[in-house]
Design a protein around this ligand. Structure first.
Ligand SMILES: [Fe+2]
Ligand SMILES: [Fe+2]
Ligand SMILES: [Fe+2]
Length: 424
């Protein structure tokens, strides 16, 4: 059923970087533009290709450690914000993925001033993090409402005014690329994504499913750890969906795909502000309308990556219903495959078991009763709920175990006190 997959790394990192910047219109393409500037400076400096590729990935994910849209906006301000927490978390997140080991170092130091370095600029970590530091400041200095060639001189002057913050050689390389109008026009072009996709470094690198699984584990954390109410949701959905898939008789590859899809299913929630995620009550119709974007973005981000259409559909169709009454695509039974149907059941059962700001988690018996009601209304697939019922205790206990591990990590590293430090 599933075609052997190899996923283009450049396409994957571009799409996911873009997803992280959807949090606010003020941030749109911030990391992608920073990566473009960093790439241009690095090319001008003639560094080896392998270093250039690492630098590019690091720039695309340089603010990955800032969790909520609120925190992302905070670190965008120029003054009196402590940038350390997002650098430290960013390094910790990326270090867990073997593909991003080297990039994690550059992210750690992307706010470090040149004057603090003892090592020379020939050290790839010093060079890479200095380049991202400069590129990030240039990107943030752009006034988005103003034509770029009416402000480039001011931006160059501004960089010059920052003195010892950047290594003079890096500033020199920036000044030479900044002489060309096409640099500024590409940088602010709405077509930047496709420019980078076709011309960016590392475009022939392919990754396999296990690489994708580890990246999806990172996104699981980014999606869930923004709020204590969602801290274990993705873990619950990915675990229960892959276990239902196993009991349903899907193949080992499909079970792995289901876990990846589960990790990504609420990817589009990166767009939703914490004030809505944590609202202590039911959402108003206006807020619910905002919430409806999340699966739209899950789909549009994952399907742009290419080569993982099954994962995109299984992940993004979890609010679709068999009678066509779901959202946002209004697909019905004729379009919903078994993977999407399993995800819908896993999502509802996990959500019902969780505490919400306005209610406690429900007991097992009540959960099954609600699922039966949804089967009767032709919202959910009865054959999946049957398989779940037969294996309910086992699936619930495996899922709770994994959720307990996730909750411990959340409490140790991402508790409310931690969040307060991050957004202070
Ligand atoms: Fe940053
Ligand atoms: Fe940034
Ligand atoms: Fe959802």
């Amino acid at each position: 059923m599933y075609q052997e997959n190899s996923i283009n790394l450049l396409n994957l990192v571009l799409s996911l970087s873009d997803a992280l910047d959807l949090a606010s219109p003020n941030l749109a393409q911030h990391q992608m533009r920073t990566a473009f500037i960093a790439w241009a400076i690095a090319k001008e400096s003639n560094i080896p290709n392998s270093d250039l590729e690492e630098l590019f990935i690091a720039a695309l994910f340089h603010d990955v450690g800032a969790l909520s849209p609120e925190e992302k906006l905070n670190i965008h301000q120029f003054e009196s914000i402590n940038p350390d927490p997002h650098c430290i978390s960013g390094e910790a997140f990326l270090k867990k993925i073997s593909l991003f080991q080297q990039a994690s170092q550059l992210v750690r130091f992307h706010h470090t001033s040149w004057e603090y370095w003892d090592q020379p600029i020939s050290d790839p970590v010093v060079f890479g993090s200095q380049v991202i530091h400069l590129a990030d400041v240039v990107e943030r200095a752009i006034t988005r409402s103003k034509y770029i060639l009416h402000q480039e001189k001011e931006i160059i002057e501004y960089i010059d005014s920052l003195g010892t913050q950047f290594c003079p050689e890096v500033v020199g390389a920036f000044r030479s690329v900044a002489e060309r109008e096409d640099f500024w026009l590409d940088l602010t072009s709405p077509r930047l994504y496709s420019i980078l996709l076709h011309q960016g470094p590392g475009k022939r690198v392919e990754i396999n499913l296990s690489g994708l699984l580890s990246i999806s584990e990172l996104f699981k954390v980014l999606i869930d750890f923004r709020s204590r109410f969602t801290a274990t949701h993705t873990t619950g959905v990915a675990t229960s969906a892959s276990n239902i898939a196993c009991k349903f008789g899907l193949t080992d590859t499909e079970i792995e795909l289901m876990e990846i899809a589960g990790n990504f299913h609420d990817l589009g929630k990166l767009v939703i502000p914490n004030s809505i995620l944590e609202k202590p009550g039911r959402l108003s119709p206006e807020e619910f309308a905002l919430m409806k974007q999340h699966t739209y973005f899950t789909y549009s981000i994952l399907s742009t990556i290419g080569g993982i259409q099954n994962i995109a559909e299984w992940a993004a169709f979890h609010h679709e219903r068999l009678d066509g009454s779901g959202y946002p695509f209004h697909l019905d039974a004729s379009r919903l495959t078994i993977g999407s149907r399993i995800m819908a059941v896993a999502d509802i059962m996990t959500a019902l078991a969780e505490d919400r700001p306005y209610r406690k988690g429900l007991e097992n018996k009540e959960i099954l009763k609600i699922l039966d009601g949804l089967v009767a209304k032709n919202h959910l697939d009865g054959s999946i709920v049957e398989v779940l019922r037969k294996n309910f205790d086992e699936i619930v206990s495996v899922t709770k175990e994994k959720q307990a591990v996730a909750l411990n990590i959340f409490q140790d590293e991402f508790s409310e006190e931690q969040a307060a430090i991050r957004t202070a």
